[in-house]
Design a protein around this ligand. Sequence first.
Ligand code: SF4
Length: 482
Amino acid sequence: MNITHPFLDSDGDKLREECGIFGVIGAREAAAITAAGLHSLQHRGQEAVGITSFSGDEFHSHRGIGHVAQVFSQKELDTLPGNMASGHVRYATTGGSGLRNVQPLFADLAAGGFAIAHNGNISNAMTLKHDLVSKGSIFQSTSDTEVIIHLVATSRYPTLLDRFVDALRMVEGAYSLICMTPEGMIACRDPLGIRPLVMGRIGDATVFASETVAFDIVGAEFIRSIEPGELVQVDHKGTISSHRPFGDPAPRPCIFEHVYFSRPDSVMDGLSVYQVRKQIGVELAKEAFADADVVIPVPDSGVPAAIGYAQESGIPFELGIIRSHYVGRTFIQPGDAARHADVKRKHNANRAVVEGKRIVLIDDSIVRGTTSKKIVEMMRDAGAAEVHMRIASPPTEHSCFYGVDTPERSKLLAATMDTAAMADFIKADSLAFVSIDGLYRAVGQEKRASKCPQFCDACFTGEYPTKLTDFTDRFPAELNAA
Ligand code: SF4
């Protein structure tokens, strides 16, 4: 992502994952496999895409603004020969759109070519960049990822792997990386494993991706997750070596991947995302039962939790909102007026199951509250007798600094209102959120371990698991922890 305030450019009503990454080594048509993998990760970034391949003596890149299918046809893939390729989908932010920030980033280092694709956000990138620039580094992009390239370039260690580890020791924050050098591919996850990364196999080829769904699409077999703090190196003979240079810190993967970001058909840290979402609905029904006639999901992300809520409560599940598949995600439209119109175009009430009914509406989260308000109004316009909103995550009270685009804290509804005031704001008859322990139960834990939480849950709790050097002074409101 870009070295700007990560929240300033967000004007939508969903948190959004900013990147998805994919890499393959040892396969014919590696670039085509990468394009297919990125296509399945499109939900993680819809505004720009890039692929870099290596043909044995040369790196080749093609990058563009748009969806994978818009940027890559056979013609572009034909310009990306070789048995190794990696790629990246991302959201561009206002200050940082443009091809120079589209990844993979590439540099010719003294040790050879180096391509890097990054999911996450380096929370001391501005501080490191300032230092590097003062020593003569010249940056080509505004991406935090480029800091890693300069740190590798200026490291004094002899081997590229050692230089890479040396660079990573200096960065804070969240990073899942897929890097390519003439010797092969390196995939790694930050010491807390905040952003996901998985490894698989197609025949003799090794593949890496942000989510397992990419393996389903390219016909790869899932092997395992890259462990938090692990670097996996694969050479062109297919030899795989694992390195653990950061010791063994307790992992803190992002719990929001389970709530919303990942596709429900992915397996995240050993858990089916779909099953977890359903279980959140079960917990929600136990904690916040509403006496109602029907359970209605806000499609699509509220569907699994609504199924769980309906099963646990015994209230029938109905599709009371139909989503048009021919409009983009709500947040793509800037400005309040456009966003409101967009909600209407995206969702329509199914009057046949809403009219005269007391309904429980299930959504995954409330960010600004504007979408929830519109949807409640839509249910009332369609004749709902009562609207009880139930949310499959705790109140989102804090901004994310780890590669997820969130509004600034003052724009988060839960940061400025209590639950009763939020219910008034969205004009619901009642509103309830799953508790933080309910969410932890849904991901297979007994409860949140308050001394050493098992996940990053900072957007709910304000307990950030890393130092946030670039942000501590600049954004005290965001860091005003719970
Ligand atoms: S702050 Fe929230 S969205 Fe960001 S990494 Fe942590 S849990 Fe995920």
